[in-house]
Design a protein. Sequence first.
Length: 192
Amino acid sequence: MVAPTLTRTAEGDRLALLARGAWTVESADALTALVEAPVAGTQVAIDLSAVERLDTFGAWLLERLARRCREGGASAELTGVPPRFRGLLDELATVNRVAVPRRTRPILLSAVETLGRRTAGFVSELSDFMGTLGLVIVALGRSVARPRASRLISVTYHLDRVGWQAAGIIVLITFLIGCIIAQQGLFNFRRS
């Protein structure tokens, strides 16, 4: 694989850029540095006749370079494009052409909406908490009013069953989730 280069030749206000080598994602760092270098000239021609390999990443960097030149007031064109790269470059030339307009809202309206949503969420959670607390208080009141109705052996049995005997399955599930997270992390860290 030939390392990518971008040779600059200035002729007055015209700048000719000759791209060579493999413009693929394997050379991402080098390509980004080549494309980010300042470009001066009112007419920029980017010659792709010496590009051996081109993928979407490299094509997008070339398109981004041409757009940056156009935004700076220069005319930019891709020349010498081999037919096998023409479809990809034509497709990328149509991507993100129009900036998406940002939705502007008054700051006061946005603040009032945020306050309303948070207040409604807080009231809902408070209602759920108060309902649970009320049920616990009613159950405690019944056991105090009629102590014979509450069975200490039944309460102890359920606390043992739900608490102590469930510890094994909780440890097993925690271990398995840790294994899954470690495996997913291994795949992600291996890529970088």
